[in-house]
Design a binder for this molecule. Structure first.
Ligand code: OOG
Ligand code: MG
Length: 253
């Protein structure tokens, strides 16, 4: 078994058992980190999960500053990560989950490689507000750029709100993420690379760099517009996104 496989299995087990694992000791290249991500994801597919899309990370200044990584990253999503709107998650299923406000695109056409913002928007079937539940498998939620990529960019869960098929201007829509009626993070879709469509443009390019595409029917998460906050048992988390609607979920022990 190669070293990359061993790290992939360790990260997969950490995720599966919701137990923190140490950061990767040896410095690894970004290529190796994406290969570890691919290998660990293959374990999930082998357990019967299906791929539903991808997520972008570190597309806003707030997220880069909070985590100390200043380059965009991406991760893979499965059906098991989808949390029902107004549903409930169990804190015990995660290591140290956090929530952040996002925008999700549903694609009606495949996208890959270099595309313009107009081409990217033409491939979008619908847009929805979403709350991402991120969870690092690393101790203390601390990681380097390559560590977090190997850990599937902290992909863990997503609660998707109402789909809008003819979205208006997405450049500056207010987002309020609250817990138990108290605002925790306030931002704008404009915090995502100036306009969330730029995240979809970047997503098409980044997957193509690794020989992949964004197939029709897949969802693409544009990245957190604000910093994330730590979830506690008992939290009712609500995202209100201007013009796009509301989405919420509850955390139990
Ligand atoms: C890494 C994932 C980043 C985002 O939206 O920027 C991310 C992390 O913060 O753990 O999901
Ligand atoms: Mg995110």
């Amino acid at each position: 078994m190669s070293a990359l496989n061993e790290i992939a299995d360790r990260l997969d087990q950490a995720m599966f058992t919701a137990t923190a694992t140490p950061q990767i000791e040896e410095p690894i290249s970004l290529d190796d980190a994406y290969e570890i991500q691919r290998l660990a994801f293959a374990n999930r597919l082998a357990r019967g999960e299906t791929r539903v899309g991808m997520k972008m990370g570190f597309t806003s200044r707030a997220k880069m500053v909070q985590m100390g990584v200043d380059e965009m990253i991406w991760g893979r999503l499965t059906d098991r990560m989808l949390v029902e709107e107004s549903g409930e998650v169990s804190k015990a299923d995660y290591v140290h989950p956090r929530a952040e406000p996002e925008i999700v695109f549903l694609l009606k056409k495949e996208l890959a490689g270099t595309v313009t913002a107009i081409e990217a928007m033409a491939a979008v079937e619908a847009v929805a507000p979403a709350i991402e539940i991120i969870d690092s498998r690393y101790k203390n939620f601390k990681f380097s750029h390559s560590d977090v990529v190997a850990d599937n960019s902290s992909s863990s869960g997503v609660v998707i709100g109402p789909w809008t098929s003819q979205p208006q201007d997405l450049s500056n829509l207010g987002m309020i993420l609250s817990a138990n009626g108290e605002a925790r993070e306030i931002g704008s879709t404009g915090a995502i690379l100036g306009h969330p469509i730029r995240s979809l443009v970047a997503a098409a390019r980044l997957v193509a760099d690794r020989g992949e595409t964004l197939p029709a029917g897949s969802i693409v998460m544009a990245g957190g517009a604000t910093a994330a906050f730590a979830l506690q048992a008992g939290d009712n988390v609500l995202l209100e996104a201007e013009n796009l609607g509301r989405v919420q979920f509850t955390v139990k022990a």
